[in-house]
Design a protein. Structure first.
Length: 363
């Protein structure tokens, strides 16, 4: 009788969620015949599938095997806390391992799928050039499979939107550009986004806070697009685009307190140094020193929340504790490693360049 009751519950939950036996079996890594036997009352699920099975349906295991729902919720929260810590440290491999472990236990948790896909994608990008193409293709393929599964079965709009963003990039990276474009065309317009709409709906302090959020994003987005466009232009226009991106940040952070955005400003100075490395080594050196200045500032951001002091964004704060990054090195360490590249050969005999490397090596 116990077999029949458990099978009836599984069948009821499966049909309520419009899930086939094949789909349930796929998520659990078993055959659909095993699911059929459960529902027919001729077999019980293996003990190792107790928690994954309950979590697949998003119900208390109490309904299946007399386990406590609070234990389940606490375990999920524990996974999320560990994940945030690894993302904050830039340890993508640890995050990948953790999310694989979490999905083995909660096979239908779409947030875990999303975060696994993101960690794989970020780790792939952080490896840089020269990695085996076949290995990269396998990573892209797994990211795509994870994202497509989320979009097939998940109904939560926030999870779906985050997944679509990752999937667009994965399609592009795997040379499926038409799929990426089609997916992107289904995303909301700027004017239909959450942040844009809320800024017109909130009142008082919430309205100011949302407007300042939007200012920070719009400046970042505009600067990012100027930088990306600069890569396709000749020298004069490239420099003009990079200088325009820099002015956006200088306008908002006129007092020099850029907190997180030091990481974006140093990127612009780095790009400008790249422009001049073959044209004017003195100018390139000036920009490299400014990269150093902002790398030091980025590494000095406190763990506790600190507020921007610019009047344009003084309701907003930032801390390293809530920052997601894709690398474990400090900004100064990354900068130091980059300076050893042969690209900087025109400066290898420059005393100021040598002094810069010495300071970074000793930080």
């Amino acid at each position: 009788m116990a077999n029949i009751k458990i099978g009836e519950i599984i069948k009821k939950l499966r049909k309520e969620r419009d899930v086939t036996q094949e789909k349930l079996a796929e998520y659990l890594g078993i055959s659909y015949q095993a699911v059929s036997k459960w529902e027919n009352g001729t077999a019980l699920p293996d003990i190792t599938l107790v928690v994954p099975l309950a979590n697949f349906f998003g119900v208390s295991t109490d309904e299946l095997f007399s386990l406590n729902e609070q234990i389940t919720n606490d375990k999920i929260n524990e996974y999320h806390e560990k994940r945030l810590k690894f993302f904050n440290l830039g340890d993508m491999q640890a995050c990948i391992d953790l999310m694989r472990e979490a999905l083995a236990e909660y096979p239908r948790n779409f947030e875990f799928m999303l975060h696994l896909a993101r960690a794989i994608q970020w780790k792939s990008y952080n490896k840089g050039f020269g990695i085996d193409r076949e290995a990269k293709n396998k990573e892209f393929e797994e990211v795509i499979q994870l994202c497509e599964r989320v979009l097939e079965d998940c109904t939560d709009s926030n999870t779906r939107n985050g997944t679509m963003q990752i999937l667009c990039t994965a399609y592009k990276d795997s040379e499926q550009k038409e799929k990426a474009i089609k997916l992107a065309e289904d995303m909301p317009y700027f004017s239909a986004t959450r942040d844009w709409l809320l800024s017109s709906l909130y009142d008082g302090d919430k309205r100011i806070d949302q407007k300042q959020d939007n200012i920070l994003f719009c400046v970042y987005f505009a600067a990012h697009e100027l930088i990306e466009l600069s890569h396709e232009l000749d020298f004069d226009l490239r420099v003009a685009h990079l200088q325009a991106a820099l002015k956006l940040y200088e306008t908002i952070f006129y007092d020099g307190n850029a907190l997180y955005y030091h990481t974006q400003i140093l990127r612009i100075y780095s790009e400008l140094a790249n422009c001049y490395i073959q044209e004017d080594t003195g100018k390139a050196m000036e920009y490299l020193l400014l990269v150093e200045k902002h790398a030091i500032a980025a590494d000095a951001i406190p763990e506790e929340s600190a507020y921007y002091t610019s009047v344009f964004v003084n309701k907003k704060s930032h801390s390293t504790a809530n920052t997601i990054r894709s690398h474990t090195e400090t900004w100064c360490e990354q900068f130091f490693e980059r300076l050893s590249d042969r690209y900087f050969e025109p400066l290898f005999d420059n005393a100021e360049f040598a002094a810069l490397k010495g300071r970074l090596a000793n930080r």
